[in-house]
Ligand binder design. Structure first.
Ligand SMILES: [Zn+2]
Length: 151
């Protein structure tokens, strides 16, 4: 899934669970559960997708949205907002492991898939443009779950 959806999921977990010792590991595991749900993918081969302008653009949009999410939490300060922001980061963080591979591929260099990379790729069995609908629905559902906490 997109980083913002991982972050929104982590936020929900932090706000609902409230207990760091449980919320943090659950947020981490949520990453792979979310990735196993059908989600957006460009539909083109990884090599071309990673080099594409669209990939870069979506990465910027994701980064801005994640930052905005933390700003919203910091401004509205619902109970356990620091935990929620931390869980948002934890939930999105496994994808940082792909950053080096992306960097290498963008330089036109070969990058071997690590065993974690193979695992991460394996669970994302459905990544197609149509999966964008699932991502939008997921984001709306997460925002609806978060809303009662910030009122
Ligand atoms: Zn992932």
């Amino acid at each position: 899934m997109r980083a913002i959806n991982h972050a929104l999921t982590g936020t929900v977990i932090g706000l609902v669970v409230k207990e760091p010792a449980i919320a943090i590991p659950v947020a981490l595991v949520s990453h792979w559960i979310c990735d196993a749900i059908p989600h957006y993918g460009s539909g083109i081969s990884e090599k071309y997708a990673m080099e594409s302008k669209n990939f870069e653009r979506l990465l910027y949009v994701d980064t801005v949205l994640c930052f905005l999410l933390v700003v919203v939490l910091a401004v509205l300060r619902p109970d356990h907002w620091v935990l929620a922001a931390f869980c948002a980061f934890v939930a999105a963080s496994p994808d940082f492991l792909s950053f080096n591979r992306w960097r290498l591929m963008r330089q036109g260099l070969k990058s071997k898939l690590t065993s974690y990379g193979q695992f991460a790729k394996g669970i994302q069995w459905f990544e197609r443009p149509i999966g964008g609908i699932v991502e939008i629905a997921w984001a709306i559902a997460a925002i609806l779950l978060i809303t009662p906490f910030i009122q």
